[in-house]
Design a protein around this ligand. Structure first.
Ligand SMILES: Cc1cc2nc3c(=O)[nH]c(=O)nc-3n(C[C@H](O)[C@H](O)[C@H](O)COP(=O)(O)OP(=O)(O)OC[C@H]3O[C@@H](n4cnc5c(N)ncnc54)[C@H](O)[C@@H]3O)c2cc1C
Length: 247
Protein backbone atom coordinates (compact mmCIF):
# COMPACT_ATOMS: atom_id res chain seq x y z
CA UNK A 1 0.00 0.00 0.00
CA UNK A 2 2.81 2.39 0.89
CA UNK A 3 6.48 2.37 -0.11
CA UNK A 4 9.44 4.25 1.33
CA UNK A 5 11.02 6.51 -1.28
CA UNK A 6 14.42 4.81 -1.06
CA UNK A 7 14.94 1.62 0.95
CA UNK A 8 14.32 0.31 4.47
CA UNK A 9 18.08 0.51 5.01
CA UNK A 10 18.12 4.20 4.06
CA UNK A 11 15.27 4.79 6.49
CA UNK A 12 17.33 3.22 9.30
CA UNK A 13 20.34 5.33 8.26
CA UNK A 14 18.21 8.49 8.32
CA UNK A 15 16.85 7.69 11.78
CA UNK A 16 20.35 6.90 13.06
CA UNK A 17 22.08 9.97 11.65
CA UNK A 18 21.42 12.29 14.61
CA UNK A 19 22.79 9.70 17.02
CA UNK A 20 26.26 9.83 15.50
CA UNK A 21 28.79 7.63 17.25
CA UNK A 22 26.41 7.04 20.17
CA UNK A 23 24.76 4.34 18.07
CA UNK A 24 26.35 0.97 18.79
CA UNK A 25 25.72 -1.89 16.42
CA UNK A 26 26.41 -5.59 17.05
CA UNK A 27 26.45 -5.00 20.79
CA UNK A 28 23.56 -6.97 22.28
CA UNK A 29 22.33 -5.93 25.69
CA UNK A 30 22.46 -8.91 28.02
CA UNK A 31 21.25 -7.44 31.29
CA UNK A 32 19.42 -4.39 32.60
CA UNK A 33 19.85 -3.48 36.25
CA UNK A 34 17.26 -1.01 37.42
CA UNK A 35 16.43 0.77 40.61
CA UNK A 36 14.69 4.05 41.35
CA UNK A 37 17.71 6.37 40.77
CA UNK A 38 18.58 4.88 37.37
CA UNK A 39 19.64 1.98 35.21
CA UNK A 40 22.74 0.05 34.22
CA UNK A 41 22.51 -1.42 30.72
CA UNK A 42 25.05 -4.19 30.33
CA UNK A 43 26.46 -5.68 27.12
CA UNK A 44 29.35 -8.08 26.63
CA UNK A 45 31.83 -5.24 26.25
CA UNK A 46 30.45 -2.32 28.22
CA UNK A 47 28.04 -0.90 30.76
CA UNK A 48 25.97 2.24 30.21
CA UNK A 49 24.62 4.17 33.14
CA UNK A 50 21.49 6.26 32.59
CA UNK A 51 18.47 7.77 34.29
CA UNK A 52 16.03 5.71 32.22
CA UNK A 53 16.06 3.07 29.50
CA UNK A 54 13.62 2.60 26.61
CA UNK A 55 13.68 -1.03 25.51
CA UNK A 56 12.51 -0.94 21.89
CA UNK A 57 12.12 -4.61 20.99
CA UNK A 58 8.96 -6.65 20.36
CA UNK A 59 7.16 -7.91 23.52
CA UNK A 60 8.19 -11.53 22.94
CA UNK A 61 11.85 -10.44 22.63
CA UNK A 62 11.83 -8.41 25.89
CA UNK A 63 11.47 -11.66 27.79
CA UNK A 64 14.88 -12.77 26.43
CA UNK A 65 16.60 -10.00 28.41
CA UNK A 66 17.75 -10.46 32.01
CA UNK A 67 16.37 -7.77 34.32
CA UNK A 68 17.69 -7.26 37.84
CA UNK A 69 15.46 -7.17 39.77
CA UNK A 70 13.04 -9.19 37.61
CA UNK A 71 10.25 -7.16 36.01
CA UNK A 72 7.00 -7.09 38.01
CA UNK A 73 4.96 -10.29 37.56
CA UNK A 74 2.04 -8.42 35.93
CA UNK A 75 4.36 -6.92 33.33
CA UNK A 76 5.94 -10.31 32.67
CA UNK A 77 2.47 -11.81 32.08
CA UNK A 78 1.53 -8.95 29.74
CA UNK A 79 4.70 -9.48 27.68
CA UNK A 80 3.84 -13.18 27.46
CA UNK A 81 0.56 -12.35 25.69
CA UNK A 82 2.49 -12.21 22.40
CA UNK A 83 4.36 -14.96 20.64
CA UNK A 84 6.66 -14.25 17.72
CA UNK A 85 5.30 -15.02 14.32
CA UNK A 86 7.00 -16.98 11.56
CA UNK A 87 7.87 -15.70 8.11
CA UNK A 88 10.07 -16.50 5.14
CA UNK A 89 10.53 -13.66 2.64
CA UNK A 90 11.53 -14.41 -0.94
CA UNK A 91 12.49 -12.07 -3.78
CA UNK A 92 11.92 -13.58 -7.22
CA UNK A 93 13.52 -11.53 -9.99
CA UNK A 94 12.53 -11.61 -13.67
CA UNK A 95 13.93 -10.08 -16.86
CA UNK A 96 10.68 -8.15 -17.31
CA UNK A 97 7.37 -7.72 -15.48
CA UNK A 98 5.53 -10.18 -17.78
CA UNK A 99 2.39 -10.03 -15.62
CA UNK A 100 1.91 -6.33 -16.39
CA UNK A 101 1.79 -7.08 -20.13
CA UNK A 102 -1.23 -9.24 -19.37
CA UNK A 103 -2.75 -6.44 -17.28
CA UNK A 104 -2.22 -8.35 -14.07
CA UNK A 105 -1.15 -6.65 -10.84
CA UNK A 106 1.15 -9.51 -9.82
CA UNK A 107 -0.62 -9.82 -6.49
CA UNK A 108 -1.58 -13.37 -5.62
CA UNK A 109 -3.24 -14.64 -2.46
CA UNK A 110 -3.59 -18.37 -2.17
CA UNK A 111 -6.43 -19.95 -0.23
CA UNK A 112 -4.52 -23.19 -0.41
CA UNK A 113 -1.97 -23.36 1.07
CA UNK A 114 -2.95 -20.60 3.52
CA UNK A 115 -0.14 -18.20 4.46
CA UNK A 116 1.25 -17.67 0.96
CA UNK A 117 1.19 -14.22 -0.66
CA UNK A 118 2.96 -12.55 -3.58
CA UNK A 119 3.01 -9.04 -4.96
CA UNK A 120 4.84 -6.87 -7.47
CA UNK A 121 7.94 -5.37 -5.82
CA UNK A 122 9.60 -4.04 -8.97
CA UNK A 123 10.21 -0.29 -9.00
CA UNK A 124 10.37 -0.13 -12.78
CA UNK A 125 10.30 -2.39 -15.83
CA UNK A 126 14.12 -2.89 -15.68
CA UNK A 127 13.97 -4.25 -12.14
CA UNK A 128 11.09 -6.68 -12.31
CA UNK A 129 10.49 -8.67 -9.15
CA UNK A 130 7.82 -10.38 -7.16
CA UNK A 131 8.11 -10.56 -3.42
CA UNK A 132 6.68 -13.70 -1.86
CA UNK A 133 5.82 -14.09 1.82
CA UNK A 134 5.40 -17.48 3.41
CA UNK A 135 3.84 -17.09 6.84
CA UNK A 136 2.60 -18.95 9.89
CA UNK A 137 2.49 -22.74 9.99
CA UNK A 138 3.36 -22.94 6.28
CA UNK A 139 6.67 -21.14 7.00
CA UNK A 140 7.38 -23.60 9.80
CA UNK A 141 6.81 -26.48 7.38
CA UNK A 142 8.61 -25.02 4.36
CA UNK A 143 11.69 -23.86 6.27
CA UNK A 144 12.78 -27.49 6.39
CA UNK A 145 12.67 -27.89 2.60
CA UNK A 146 15.99 -27.42 0.86
CA UNK A 147 16.30 -24.28 -1.29
CA UNK A 148 15.68 -26.22 -4.53
CA UNK A 149 12.47 -27.76 -3.21
CA UNK A 150 11.22 -24.47 -1.78
CA UNK A 151 11.96 -22.76 -5.08
CA UNK A 152 10.00 -25.44 -6.94
CA UNK A 153 7.04 -25.04 -4.55
CA UNK A 154 6.98 -21.28 -5.02
CA UNK A 155 7.65 -20.99 -8.76
CA UNK A 156 5.21 -23.83 -9.53
CA UNK A 157 2.45 -21.88 -7.79
CA UNK A 158 3.46 -18.61 -9.45
CA UNK A 159 3.31 -20.33 -12.86
CA UNK A 160 -0.17 -21.67 -12.09
CA UNK A 161 -1.34 -18.20 -11.07
CA UNK A 162 0.50 -15.92 -13.54
CA UNK A 163 1.38 -18.16 -16.45
CA UNK A 164 4.45 -20.07 -17.69
CA UNK A 165 6.67 -16.95 -17.82
CA UNK A 166 6.75 -17.13 -14.02
CA UNK A 167 9.12 -20.09 -14.44
CA UNK A 168 11.79 -17.90 -16.12
CA UNK A 169 13.32 -16.76 -12.85
CA UNK A 170 16.66 -14.91 -13.05
CA UNK A 171 17.25 -14.78 -9.30
CA UNK A 172 15.60 -16.35 -6.28
CA UNK A 173 16.75 -15.08 -2.89
CA UNK A 174 15.20 -15.93 0.41
CA UNK A 175 15.55 -15.00 4.04
CA UNK A 176 14.16 -17.34 6.64
CA UNK A 177 13.04 -15.21 9.60
CA UNK A 178 11.54 -18.07 11.59
CA UNK A 179 13.24 -18.22 14.97
CA UNK A 180 15.43 -15.19 14.16
CA UNK A 181 17.58 -14.58 17.23
CA UNK A 182 16.88 -10.83 17.44
CA UNK A 183 13.28 -10.50 16.35
CA UNK A 184 11.97 -13.93 17.28
CA UNK A 185 10.68 -14.62 13.79
CA UNK A 186 8.34 -11.64 13.28
CA UNK A 187 6.23 -10.18 11.58
CA UNK A 188 3.04 -12.12 12.11
CA UNK A 189 3.10 -11.96 15.94
CA UNK A 190 0.35 -13.91 17.59
CA UNK A 191 -1.65 -12.90 20.64
CA UNK A 192 -1.64 -16.16 22.56
CA UNK A 193 -3.38 -14.98 25.74
CA UNK A 194 -6.75 -13.58 24.75
CA UNK A 195 -7.62 -12.95 28.40
CA UNK A 196 -4.77 -10.41 28.73
CA UNK A 197 -7.04 -7.50 27.84
CA UNK A 198 -4.90 -5.00 29.78
CA UNK A 199 -1.57 -6.20 28.34
CA UNK A 200 -0.97 -3.12 26.16
CA UNK A 201 -1.73 -0.71 29.00
CA UNK A 202 0.55 -2.64 31.37
CA UNK A 203 3.45 -2.71 28.89
CA UNK A 204 3.03 0.97 28.01
CA UNK A 205 3.23 1.85 31.72
CA UNK A 206 6.51 -0.12 31.92
CA UNK A 207 8.38 -0.35 35.20
CA UNK A 208 10.08 3.08 35.49
CA UNK A 209 12.95 3.68 35.03
CA UNK A 210 12.42 0.86 32.47
CA UNK A 211 10.11 1.84 29.57
CA UNK A 212 9.06 -0.29 26.64
CA UNK A 213 8.09 0.50 23.04
CA UNK A 214 7.55 -1.56 19.93
CA UNK A 215 5.49 -1.62 16.80
CA UNK A 216 3.05 -4.06 18.38
CA UNK A 217 2.06 -1.35 20.87
CA UNK A 218 1.55 1.43 18.34
CA UNK A 219 -1.82 3.20 18.19
CA UNK A 220 -1.54 3.13 14.39
CA UNK A 221 0.14 0.77 11.90
CA UNK A 222 0.92 -1.83 14.61
CA UNK A 223 3.15 -4.57 13.23
CA UNK A 224 4.65 -2.25 10.60
CA UNK A 225 7.75 -0.02 10.40
CA UNK A 226 5.52 3.06 10.54
CA UNK A 227 4.01 1.72 13.79
CA UNK A 228 7.49 1.23 15.27
CA UNK A 229 8.42 4.86 14.53
CA UNK A 230 5.16 6.19 16.00
CA UNK A 231 5.42 4.00 19.13
CA UNK A 232 9.05 5.03 19.63
CA UNK A 233 8.24 8.72 19.32
CA UNK A 234 5.35 8.50 21.79
CA UNK A 235 7.49 6.64 24.33
CA UNK A 236 10.41 9.07 23.92
CA UNK A 237 8.13 12.09 24.39
CA UNK A 238 6.68 10.53 27.54
CA UNK A 239 10.14 9.91 28.99
CA UNK A 240 11.35 13.44 28.15
CA UNK A 241 8.23 14.93 29.79
CA UNK A 242 8.78 12.85 32.92
CA UNK A 243 12.48 13.76 33.12
CA UNK A 244 11.63 17.45 32.73
CA UNK A 245 8.78 17.39 35.25
CA UNK A 246 9.58 19.48 38.32
CA UNK A 247 10.56 17.55 41.45
C1 LIG B 1 10.14 -10.64 6.54
C2 LIG B 1 9.56 -9.37 7.07
C3 LIG B 1 8.98 -8.47 6.20
C4 LIG B 1 8.40 -7.29 6.67
N1 LIG B 1 7.88 -6.42 5.76
C5 LIG B 1 7.41 -5.23 6.20
C6 LIG B 1 6.96 -4.26 5.27
O1 LIG B 1 6.97 -4.48 4.05
N2 LIG B 1 6.50 -3.09 5.76
C7 LIG B 1 6.46 -2.80 7.08
O2 LIG B 1 6.05 -1.70 7.46
N3 LIG B 1 6.87 -3.72 7.99
C8 LIG B 1 7.35 -4.92 7.58
N4 LIG B 1 7.79 -5.85 8.48
C9 LIG B 1 7.60 -5.58 9.91
C10 LIG B 1 8.65 -4.65 10.46
O3 LIG B 1 9.93 -5.17 10.19
C11 LIG B 1 8.43 -4.52 11.98
O4 LIG B 1 7.11 -4.08 12.25
C12 LIG B 1 9.38 -3.50 12.57
O5 LIG B 1 10.72 -3.81 12.26
C13 LIG B 1 9.20 -3.45 14.07
O6 LIG B 1 10.09 -2.50 14.58
P1 LIG B 1 10.51 -2.50 16.11
O7 LIG B 1 11.51 -1.39 16.23
O8 LIG B 1 9.29 -2.49 16.96
O9 LIG B 1 11.22 -3.88 16.35
P2 LIG B 1 12.47 -4.53 15.59
O10 LIG B 1 12.54 -4.10 14.16
O11 LIG B 1 12.40 -6.00 15.90
O12 LIG B 1 13.72 -3.84 16.30
C14 LIG B 1 14.27 -4.31 17.45
C15 LIG B 1 15.77 -4.21 17.32
O13 LIG B 1 16.36 -4.57 18.57
C16 LIG B 1 17.47 -5.38 18.32
N5 LIG B 1 17.66 -6.21 19.51
C17 LIG B 1 16.98 -7.31 19.93
N6 LIG B 1 17.48 -7.78 21.07
C18 LIG B 1 18.52 -6.95 21.41
C19 LIG B 1 19.44 -6.91 22.50
N7 LIG B 1 19.40 -7.81 23.48
N8 LIG B 1 20.36 -5.92 22.53
C20 LIG B 1 20.42 -4.96 21.56
N9 LIG B 1 19.57 -4.96 20.50
C21 LIG B 1 18.62 -5.94 20.42
C22 LIG B 1 17.13 -6.20 17.10
O14 LIG B 1 18.30 -6.63 16.46
C23 LIG B 1 16.36 -5.16 16.28
O15 LIG B 1 17.23 -4.43 15.45
C24 LIG B 1 8.39 -7.03 8.05
C25 LIG B 1 8.96 -7.93 8.93
C26 LIG B 1 9.55 -9.10 8.44
C27 LIG B 1 10.20 -10.07 9.40
Amino acid sequence: QYFVRETMHSLADDLARDLGDRLRLSEPVTRIEHSSPGVLVVSAGDTVEARTVLVAVPPATVTELAFAPALPAGLGRALGAWESGAAIKILVRYAKPFWRARDLSGMVMWLEPPGLFACDAGKDAEHAALVVFVGGSLALRWRDLGEAELRAEVTGRLEAALGPDAGDVIDFSLRDWTGDRWSGGAYSDLIVDVTATDAERTILAGAPPVYLASSELSPSFPGYVEGAIIAGRIAAQKIIAELQAPG
